[in-house]
Design a protein around this ligand. Structure first.
Ligand code: AMP
Ligand code: ZN
Length: 495
């Protein structure tokens, strides 16, 4: 089944019918994290969005090769220092220790949010040879030049030769040239808009490799050009990332691919929008930020209680990936209610038995239509909030049948089966939600967990911190997280 899929393509700034290069297969590349610090909620928003996209493409029957890289070299700060090296110096670790630490942390967080791992997760530092090769190709094609051991992409020449530069980010080339702020090594560039594809390492630079030009390291944009095309081909189906990456990262990626093989790397470019908090950009510098852990435990002035990862995931589904997402305590509270209502309706629905004498009534027709519409919304540029809204219109019908306001006979066996299946497909396979309570038969697990929580509370009231910590640590090993609400209640979630 290949339902028509319409995607908003950033490249052309309009919705287009999606057609894969090879029938039945999709190659998708998404820019992964720079692993020099803990993953923040903004990153999570972007990766959860692409997780839902990945899941829905698979649901449509495509075989998807999903490549999401790990940036572990070359991503510089505005002052020219390498992010990983800075982390290494600050923490007195080897750069690769920093990379390992935050890659593991990133993977943990993705698991907590029930995001599927990509098919390939290549690292920039594992593809230095290929990056050197691409620099050489661009040099051979006359679109880069070497200066004092560094190699720069010649943006001005590229812009003159081909009408490509600026198209993805929607910049007018003249404006771009006039506004380009210069970074390090500006003196070596022919034009301020030029960017480094190979950089000669300063004597104190930690991460360095031999190359034909100097001992140095690749420019940040280069890794994505190299790793996407290595695993997906010179032109592939979808390239994604947050919209803060459109310029310069993605624009320069396109330039490099043209520079190396004269081709547009991806047919479709998808960009997620940013995460805000209380209407303002989430930012560490002015305190308007909350970490995932603070969100789960409620230990933050920005929230009145802790919220489980699945409630946060549900919250994310309620905003379209191209809109800004505004996190607030109120909105999360509403999401918690919504998430529970949906999961309870699902449970009720699964308990329904088909009625033999059923003859399809209006409810039957209405539910079928809502399910069709929910799927159509997903095929319309992955509109999760609209799909969710249609599912919530089915919920009162389910509850009506449960409470006897709607006759069960009105639902044919066929529609009942389909509703059960579509609900499960949506909730678990497409939205990637999970049951929060891994409750055993007859609520045994719930009961036992209440007992464990009471024992821990007792230990704490006796100031027996050893026992209290042991309980928390053992539960952590079992991937069960305790959440202490401000009112004193403790709840638990299975990560
Ligand atoms: P980085 O680790 O900074 O390279 O970012 C990894 C991914 O997270 C990129 O696709 C970014 O565009 C995305 N990202 C960064 N900040 C935010 C934010 N506040 N909201 C949504 N996505 C973000
Ligand atoms: Zn990238």
């Amino acid at each position: 089944m290949k339902q028509e899929l319409v995607l908003y393509n950033s490249l052309n700034r309009k919705k287009e019918t999606f057609k894969p290069i090879e029938e039945g297969y999709i190659g998708m590349y998404v820019c992964g994290p720079t692993v020099y610090s803990d993953v923040h909620l903004g990153n999570v928003r972007t990766f959860v969005s692409f997780d839902i996209i990945y899941r829905y493409l698979k649901y449509l029957g495509y075989t998807v090769r999903y490549v999401r890289n790990i940036t572990d070299v070359g991503h510089l700060l505005d002052d020219g220092t390498d992010r990983i090296s800075k982390g290494a110096r600050a923490e007195k670790l080897e750069p690769m220790e920093v990379v390992q630490k935050y890659t593991l942390g990133f993977h943990d967080m993705m698991r907590i949010f029930n995001s599927e791992p990509p098919s390939i997760e290549p690292r920039a530092s594992g593809h230095i040879l290929e990056q050197i090769e691409m620099v050489q190709q661009i040099l051979d094609n006359g679109l880069a030049y070497e200066k004092n051991g560094s190699v720069y992409f010649d943006v001005e020449k590229f812009a003159k030769e081909q009408d490509v530069y600026g198209k993805l980010s929607g910049r007018v080339i003249e404006d771009l040239f006039s506004e380009t702020r210069e970074l390090k090594n500006q003196g070596e560039k022919k034009h301020p808009a030029d960017f480094a594809i190979w950089m000669k390492a300063a004597p104190d630079h930690l991460m360095r490799w031999n190359s034909p030009w100097s001992e140095g390291f690749p420019g940040w944009h280069l890794e994505c050009s190299v790793m996407s095309t290595k695993y997906l081909g010179t032109t592939f189906d979808i390239h994604g990332g947050g919209n803060d990456l459109k310029f310069p990262h993605h624009e320069n990626e396109v330039a490099q691919n043209f520079g190396a093989c004269k081709c547009q790397p991806a047919n479709f470019w998808l960009h997620t929008n940013m995460l805000l908090m209380n209407g303002r950009k989430m930012s560490k510098s002015d305190g308007n930020t909350i970490s995932p852990e603070e969100l789960f435990t409620g230990e933050s002035p920005h929230v009145s209680q802790g919220y489980s990862p699945m409630v946060v995931r549900f919250f994310m589904l309620q905003t379209h990936y191209r809109s800004t997402m505004d996190l607030s305590d109120e909105a999360l509270k509403a999401s918690e209610k919504g998430y529970k209502r949906l999961m309870e309706a699902r449970k009720t629905l699964q308990g329904f038995q088909a009625v033999q004498s059923a003859s399809a009534g209006t409810v039957d027709e209405e539910i079928s239509k809502l399910l069709d519409q929910a799927l159509e919304h997903m095929s319309d540029d992955f509109n999760t909030p609209m799909a969710l809204a249609r599912m919530f219109e089915v919920v009162p019908k389910i509850n009506g049948i449960r409470d006897g306001h709607i006759k069960a006979e009105e639902l044919s066996a066929e529609t009942l089966d389909r509703t059960k299946k579509v609900f499960d497909d949506f909730i678990f396979d497409i939205f990637g939600l999970q049951e929060e309570m891994a409750s055993g038969k007859d609520g045994t697990t719930d009961g036992l967990m209440q007992l464990v929580i009471e024992l821990r509370n007792h230990a704490r009231s006796q100031k027996d911190w050893g026992t209290a910590d042991k309980i928390r640590d053992t539960l952590k090993e079992l991937e069960i997280q305790l959440k202490d609400a401000k009112g004193g209640d403790t709840t638990w979630v299975k990560a």
